[in-house]
Design a protein around this ligand. Sequence first.
Ligand SMILES: C[S@@+](CC[C@H](N)C(=O)[O-])C[C@H]1O[C@@H](n2cnc3c(N)ncnc32)[C@H](O)[C@@H]1O
Length: 386
Amino acid sequence: MPNFITDSIDKPPLPFSSGGCDFLWGVSSKSSDYIMTRCGGEEFFIQIKGKNNSFLVKGEKISRPSQVIFLQRALEEYAKNASCNIITSNITPASNRSKVKNPIIKQIDFFAQNFTFDKEIFLEIGFGSGRHLLHQAKNNPDKLIIGIEIHKPSIEQAAKQCDILGLKNVVLIDYDSRILMEFLRSNSLSKIFIHFPVPWDKKPHRRVISPYFVDEALRVLKVGGTLELRTDSDMYYAYSLDVFMQNQRCDIRICKNFDLEISSKYEDRWKRLEKNIYDITLTNIQPHPQISPLSRLDFDFLNNIDKIAREFSPKLFRGDDFFVHFEEMHASGERVVIKTAFGAYERAEHMFIIIEADKISYFPNGAYALKANKKAHEIIKKWLNG
Ligand SMILES: C[S@@+](CC[C@H](N)C(=O)[O-])C[C@H]1O[C@@H](n2cnc3c(N)ncnc32)[C@H](O)[C@@H]1O
C-alpha cells in the first residue's frame, strides 16, 4: 500500500485543492489524523500517524480506493502542500501511472440499484490473477462476467488486462463475496466459479463457503445453474461436500484430477507438487422467490457532536446472529468519525459512521439493509441516541 515517512509535516488548513485532488476536512484522535480526500471521483481517508519524531502518511485501510493511482496522487499532492521532508516512500512515479478511472471497476451501489442485465451472467469469486476470468470473458462475449475480489491489486491488474484485451463484458467489484450474495436477484446467474478459495483451516468462519452462502448461491442461480468449486485442499473439499449435502434435495457431481481448459497460477503450482485437485459442481434444481432490492440504512435524527465526542468509549454489542463494535473515534469541533464493525459474525462490514451537524452517514459505501445489518443498525441508532 502506498505510503511515505516524513520527518516534518506542516499540516495545511483544510479545505484545499491541489493537482486534481480535494482535501476536504480532517478529524483527529490521540494517535492519528484522518483527512477526507476526493480524487478521481473516489472519496477516502488519508491517515497521518506520528511515529518516533517522524510521521507515516498512508491510505486508511477501510476506505482505500480500488485503484491505487488515486491514493498515490493524493499522497503526493498532500506531501507537496504540507512541506514534507520525505525520508522513505514507495509511491510509483507519476509518469508510470494511468490517470483515468477504470469503468470496469464498480462499487457495491451498482448492485444495490436493482441490478439486472439482459445477458447471461457468470460470477467468479476470488479470481486472483484473473486467468480463468479473462478466459471466460474471451470465450463468452455474449455473457456478462462479474469478478469479485478482496485483493485490490488483483482487481487493478485484471481491469488493466481487460482493457488490453478489449473485453467489454466484464464487471469487477472490490467487495467481500460473502456479503455480495444478498444483493443479487433470485434466479439470475448461470454459473458461480470458486477456484482455489483460501482454505482457512484455522479460521473456518472466514471461508467463502458456508451453509448461509450455499443457500444464497442456490437462490441466485437459475434452474440448471451451477456453483463450481475447484480446490486442492482435502479439508476444504470434505468440508464443502458436507455443507452441500446439507441441502434437502440436491444435484452434486464430484471429479478428481480433471484438467480445465485453463489453469490458474495456483493450479500450476499444485500440479507441480502433484497434489490432488477436486471439483465439486452443485446444480440448482428449483426456482426461488424473488427478493426486494436492498434499501440503504439511514439515520432520521441528528446528534449532539460534542456530547458524542465527550462520551465515546469503545463498545461491543453481541446479538444472537449479529454484533456491533464501536472501535475508535476521531473528532474535530464539527464532526465525529467512529470506526465500526457490524453485521453477521462471519461476514462483518467495516465502516465509519460520520456524524455532522446536519447529517449522519455510513462511509465509504453506505450500509444496506442486509438481514444482520438491519439488526445492527437498530443498535447503532439506539446507541447514538444515548
Ligand atoms: C488462493 S487465491 C485463488 C485465486 C484464483 N481463483 C486462482 O485460482 O488462482 C484465493 C483468492 O480469493 C480471494 N478472496 C478470499 N476471500 C474472499 C472473499 N470473501 N471474497 C472475495 N474474494 C476473496 C483472495 O484475495 C485470493 O485472491
